[in-house]
Design a protein around this ligand. Structure first.
Ligand code: NAD
Length: 376
């Protein structure tokens, strides 16, 4: 009997349900043609969960996720819930609690500029003529966002505030292993980013990365200071394969990398815990400004599914077929509004989902039939 691949689907708010709907079309093709036995069940999170249950992360959602092989998330939040106190708002009470509950310490954000879309990049043509493909690997549960003590105090009349950047060796080691394993498998170079000329935590970061690298002698490792890295990404993004960095630096650099692709609707992400359990979601938010207009780009969501197929279902060849079908749709000139050259000529969210499904079937028929069926 074929193994059941249970996925918890959390559509969430805003454009989340719209782009998730397109992802189901891909899942249907994967089940029918690629012999993946994916079973899905939907659960509420974020604003919609607050409306139904009064909390952003209901117990039913947690249990559903625990019973699944991976989580596919749409997006969370919107102006409707802005009136709530901060800790009750959808992102905090839903998404941050979910991340905390499962201990997702490692965040992967690929920032790929397709040659077909290079006009979207705010960088000059000659800098991005070959496109680029950077995988940002960010530590997600340590560092200054969680370090204690933090607070605001008074010294006489002078008010001051402080945070603590703290990293345990084990926290650096575990994310380094994830990065080196990916680099080894995909034959990629790693650039580790820190501020080891100033910060104690960065000195430990660099030493630990060096130590872990000894176990992966085939992987090329280099180090950059954060200030230089921020410049190099703009000057020559194609020099990077994997950027490995801390929570704070990763927060900033992953957005910089996203920005230079010029298309938030194209960017997926994945986060993992120590058991390699993963959550997959678009890098963008719930885009309330375009909600219910059938103009959202579903590609970030479909690429998030593709990452799930690669990392949680361990079917990299099938994931490559999905990616290739997206590339072929773009090559043929099809664009949603956000990535359209001509703002008069664009296809809808639903049309983009249909086209990617059709191209995925072609991908199956054309190239991969034999290879894929042998590798199921
Ligand atoms: P956003 O990413 O939702 O939107 C920024 C811009 O990008 C908007 O113009 C939007 O239309 C566009 N955009 C985003 N995704 C798109 C897509 N798939 N196709 C086409 N265009 C797309 O960021 P924001 O406006 O700052 O936040 C809106 C809401 O989303 C807020 O409530 C915020 O808290 C929430 N948010 C959620 C997540 C998450 O669920 N992980 C992440 C970021 C923001």
């Amino acid at each position: 009997m074929r193994k059941k691949n249970k996925i918890a689907i959390l559509p969430g708010d805003g454009i989340g349900p719209e782009v998730i709907k397109e992802t189901y079309k891909i899942i249907n093709v994967l089940n029918r043609y690629f012999n993946l036995n994916i079973q899905t069940k939907e659960y509420d999170i974020g604003g919609i969960a607050i409306d139904k249950y009064g909390i952003g992360l209901p117990e039913e959602t947690i249990v559903g996720c625990e019973k699944s092989i991976a989580i596919l998330l749409g997006s969370i939040g919107g102006p409707k819930w802005n009136y709530l106190p901060l800790h009750q708002q959808p992102e905090r009470s839903g998404l941050l609690n979910l991340r905390k509950k499962f201990g997702f310490f490692c965040n992967l954000r690929p920032a790929k500029l397709y040659p077909e879309l290079r006009k979207l990049s705010p960088l000059r043509k000659e800098i991005v003529s070959n496109g680029f493909n950077i995988l940002c690997i960010r530590e997600l549960t340590g560092g200054i966002y969680f370090g204690l003590p933090k607070g605001t105090k008074k010294n006489g009349k002078n008010k001051y505030a402080f945070d603590t950047e703290i990293y345990y060796e084990f926290e650096i080691e575990r994310i380094a292993h994830v990065a080196f394993q990916i680099a080894q498998k995909k034959k990629l170079r790693i650039t580790s980013i820190d501020k080891a000329n100033v910060l104690e935590s960065s000195i430990l970061w660099r030493k630990t990365i060096e130590k872990v690298s000894k176990k992966y002698p085939n992987v090329i490792l280099s180090h950059l200071y954060i200030d230089n890295a921020a410049m190099q990404i703009i000057k020559n993004p194609s020099q990077f394969d994997i950027i490995l960095t801390s929570n704070l630096f990763g927060d900033i650099l992953s957005d910089e990398c996203a920005m230079i692709t010029g298309s938030i609707g194209m960017l997926p992400s994945a986060s993992f815990n120590e058991n390699k359990f993963g959550i997959y979601e678009p890098a963008g938010g719930s885009a309330p400004d375009i909600q219910n207009k059938n103009i959202a780009n579903p590609i970030a969501q479909i690429l998030s599914l593709s990452m799930l197929i690669e990392y949680s279902l361990k079917k990299p060849k099938i994931s490559r077929c999905i990616n290739k079908s997206i590339k072929n749709v773009l090559k043929k000139g099809y664009r949603t509004l956000d990535i359209a050259n001509d703002k008069e000529k664009y296809i809808t969210t639903e049309e983009m989902g249909n086209l990617i499904s059709e191209f995925l079937i072609k991908e199956y028929e054309k190239n991969e039939k034999n290879v894929i069926s042998k590798n199921i």
